[in-house]
Design a protein around this ligand. Structure first.
Ligand SMILES: Cc1cn([C@H]2C[C@H](O)[C@@H](COP(=O)(O)OP(=O)(O)OP(=O)(O)O)O2)c(=O)[nH]c1=O
Length: 194
């Protein structure tokens, strides 16, 4: 079965390569506005499915499309990508000194089925001053990332602890994605070995 990654994210491309699946990439452009009172887990799952479906719609049979979404959640509030510098600084100061959840959903859409999972990781961040948040904004990292930070870059300095899947925070959980691909019948190095 042919696999397509429905994502513009270079990080997801790298992580899927680590899983050892052969794939091509097609970008899905969907509206990422949360519904009124939408539960964060339901939100990320819906988006992952919609991204995969947007690409699957244009394909024939014998194709599996993988979509994914990552959001940062603090006290039940969804914190997506920052609108601008002020928004990023506000978000980082708010996350500072606290534990938040990173929710990553993965969805695989085939001709007849939808497989999906939501993975939650707890991340604790050191206290962050406005000046530190501004300095971090200047690195260019926060702009395209949920919660305005990247754990895999300079933002890793702000992270005091992680409980759960590190790769899910970066954008694609290696373990759970490999298992879901196996369920959908897409070979990876893991299934090829069993
Ligand atoms: C919290 C966190 C998020 N992120 C990234 C992962 C996602 O790419 C991004 C959240 O935005 P998403 O909307 O999940 O993904 P995307 O727009 O980058 O790509 P696509 O929708 O096409 O798949 O934030 C990090 O890279 N590091 C982190 O530590």
């Amino acid at each position: 079965m042919k696999l397509i990654l429905a994502s513009q994210s270079p990080r997801r491309r790298e992580l899927l390569t680590q899983i050892g699946a052969e794939f091509t990439v097609q970008v899905a452009d969907i509206d990422e506005t949360p519904l009124v009172d939408e539960d964060p887990a339901a939100y990320v799952e819906r988006l992952a499915i919609e991204k995969a479906q947007a690409v699957a719609r244009l394909q024939g049979d014998d194709v599996a499309v993988l979509g994914s979404d990552t959001s940062v959640v603090l006290d039940g509030e969804i914190l997506g990508k920052p609108l601008d510098q002020a928004d990023a600084v506000r978000t980082l100061v708010k996350l500072g000194g606290r534990e938040h959840q990173v929710l990553t959903a993965i969805a695989i859409v085939t001709a007849g089925q939808v497989f999906s999972r939501v993975i939650t990781t707890d991340v604790s961040m050191m206290p962050v001053s406005a000046a530190q948040a501004e300095a971090y904004w200047m690195t260019g990292e926060p702009a395209d990332k949920a919660g305005s930070y990247g754990i895999q870059g300079k933002g890793g300095v702000l992270v005091a602890g992680v409980r759960g899947s590190y790769s899910a925070v970066v954008g694609l959980p290696l373990h759970e994605t490999a298992l879901l691909l196996a369920e959908a019948g897409v070979p990876t190095w893991l299934t090829q070995a069993t």
